[in-house]
Design a protein around this ligand. Structure first.
Ligand code: NAG
Ligand code: NAG
Ligand code: NAG
Length: 588
């Protein structure tokens, strides 16, 4: 239905009296609802009705299907469009909402007394609209009640709701509204690294690049240094040549800061020839860069992506966290949903790093499905633009904690992780030991309950499922997107933090390490005048021989033994760990 602007204005003026408008916008249908308060959170109080916050409305993207099919075409090595990534303008044209959607949402806003001229749109695409509303206004618009909820674990308060509705007519025009039922905030989102008690002293002297290119020393089985990951993934002899064009990005959240001095110490100790190479800090949406407070995750990510890719220019994105909600303040709150602010920022750039690694995630079931789908589609935009997006697969094997469902049935099921479960990112699991590497027992892996299995992985995943038979039936979703896609080392990483070398573990080690290898492959391709790899998955499932298959180990969790790594793809280590030399030959 197309409403003429003049008529819309008339409609607004008459809205209270006009039974038609009133019927149109007072016909709510539930968009998303939880049956129980998300675990770890408790209702605290009703927020002041005049508390202001920024509401973000994700409009249906008119040509989303075309975006996804373009993404698959430019990422499929057998397709004639392979490597022909889209520009910002081309992607924006595909994700822009239909004019009817904009108009319908605008008349809904006007009905609620909001002037669409006050709305802020993301970039030229306009598919995300931000408006400032009061709690009372939001409650009327979404037929809901907001609450202040408290999270004891992180001692933080958020304003959220247990369910929200939209007028029936809007369901075909709006994908998601935030903040509503996604309780995950910067603070509850988990970073996937943890310190190990043991610290190896003297590592600096014995491991500084004295390793022959092809041998992987036994010491790398417990103590992982840059020389180790270079030897393990066969990058030692490669010298980057496209450093004028090729770039690497690392995302940071949770007020985790990457430290400049620590990187220099890291280079001095482990890669002396690279002392003096720096990285760029970009601060997104109030993100800070507190050099006096180095973060384990941030330092690990920047140090090990560069351990492989140096001197490829690297950028660390520090995205701001939510300001604390203060119950008696009327200060407008920027509600800061974890990935949306960063994605807004990065998708608005005309050039984007060709490889970007992120080491944060949540249990998929804690992320509302409408929100997860919207964010996953934003990662698809990055892939279409020619960026490889890697995520840690998580540190809980098939699931952490009691693994109970949150749908009221309280069943034990394996708990997939998001965004690793998004089919448009490359999920990286973890290994330990060397000669051979084996799956590390915490390596996150499994099957999405939101996203269907993409066709690029069917041939690889089917034999695994056939071999599994009825084992774990009902605990996992055999038709879901399977992950991880690949793996890399995940234990014993020697990271410099506040001048000291600490041993760090987690699939947080794996994603930046893997991203470092991809950055070198992109360097190679760009230096040959070719396109970068972009969205990796459709390619890598056609070249499993580029990976060292990991054939032992398992990922227990949820009181179960977990999946077992074996020949071919498995939900512990995916296709395996990268062999740069062989991948280089395969993509040449
Ligand atoms: C997007 O980029 C344009 C041009 O640099 C800028 O004017 C605009 O504010 C940016 N929008 C967002 C949401 O960052
Ligand atoms: C399994 O995944 C599909 C997507 O392929 C989804 O529609 C379905 O609801 C999931 N089933 C369960 C039990 O999680
Ligand atoms: C490194 O490359 C060589 C030569 O292609 C190959 O023989 C070896 O297996 C590779 N090593 C690893 C650890 O991938």
């Amino acid at each position: 239905m197309l409403w003429l602007p003049a008529f819309v204005v008339g409609l607004v003026q008459l809205s209270i009296a006009n039974p038609l408008a009133s019927k149109r916008w007072n016909d709510p249908a539930v968009k998303h609802a939880w049956v129980e308060t998300p675990r770890g959170w408790e209702f605290h109080s009703a927020p002041p009705p005049d508390h202001l916050f920024d509401m973000r409305i994700g409009l249906k993207q008119n040509k989303l299907e075309e975006l996804i099919s373009s993404l698959y075409e430019v990422s499929d090595p057998a397709h004639e469009r392979y490597g022909q990534h889209l520009s910002k303008e081309e992607v924006d044209a595909l994700v822009a909402p239909h004019p009817d959607s904009l108009e319908t949402v605008e008349s809904w806003l006007q009905y609620h007394g909001i002037n669409p001229a006050d709305a802020r749109f993301r970039s030229t695409a306009s598919e995300w609209v931000t408006i400032r509303v009061s709690v009372a206004q939001a409650e009327r618009m979404l037929d809901t009640k907001y609450g202040v909820y408290y999270h004891a674990g992180s001692d933080s308060y958020v304003v959220r709701t247990m369910e929200y509705s939209l007028p029936r007519e809007l369901h075909s025009h709006v994908d998601v509204v935030t903040p509503t039922t996604y309780f995950g905030t910067m603070r509850s989102m988990r970073s996937t690294s943890f310190l190990k008690p043991q610290t190896v002293t003297g590592a600096e002297d014995s491991f500084a690049l004295e390793i022959s290119p092809l041998a992987v020393p036994a010491s790398c089985g417990t103590t992982v240094t840059p020389a180790c990951v270079r030897a393990m993934y066969n990058t030692t002899s490669y010298v980057p040549r496209a450093t004028g064009t090729n770039k690497l990005g690392i995302t940071g959240y949770l007020e985790e800061f990457a430290n400049d001095a620590d990187l220099q110490t890291f280079f001095k100790d482990f890669l002396p020839a690279d002392v003096g190479t720096t990285f760029t800090h970009v601060q997104v949406n109030g993100g800070l860069n507190t050099q006096s407070d180095p973060g384990v995750e941030a330092n690990l990510d920047i140090q090990y992506s560069l351990a492989i890719a140096v001197p490829t220019p690297a950028t660390f994105y520090s995205t701001g966290g939510s300001p604390p909600f203060v119950a008696d303040s009327n200060t407008p709150t920027n509600t800061n949903e974890p990935y949306l602010d960063w994605l807004d920022f990065i998708l608005n750039q005309t050039t984007i790093p060709q490889t970007i690694s992120t080491s944060y995630g949540d249990d998929e079931q804690t992320v509302p499905e409408d929100y997860a789908v919207s964010v996953c589609n934003l990662f698809a935009q990055l892939g279409a633009r020619g960026t490889t997006v890697t995520f840690s697969s998580g540190d809980d094997g098939v699931g952490g904690g009691n693994c109970l469902t949150n749908d009221g049935t309280n069943k034990v099921i394996f708990q997939p992780a998001f965004p690793a479960s998004c089919p448009f990112v490359t999920a990286v699991g973890g290994t330990t030991k060397v000669n051979p590497e084996v799956a590390v027992d915490f390596s996150g892996g499994g099957f999405s309950r939101y996203f269907a299995q993409p066709s690029y992985q069917t041939a690889a995943v089917s034999p695994f499922l056939t071999g599994l038979g009825t084992k774990f039936a009902g605990l996992y979703n055999a038709t879901g997107r399977a992950y991880p896609d690949v793996a890399a080392a995940a234990e014993g990483f020697q990271v410099v933090i506040s001048g000291r070398t600490e041993s760090v573990a987690g699939t947080s080690c794996s994603s930046p390490t893997f991203a470092g290898v991809i950055a070198l492959l992109n360097d190679f391709l760009i230096s040959e005048g070719k396109a970068p790899l972009g969205f990796l998955n459709p390619l890598i499932y056609t070249i499993p021989s580029g990976f060292n298959d990991i054939v032992s180990g398992s990922n227990p969790g949820c009181g179960q033994a977990g999946f077992t790594a074996g020949v071919g793809w498995d939900p512990v280590t995916g296709l395996g760990t990268p062999d740069f030399l062989s991948l280089q030959a395969l993509v040449a």
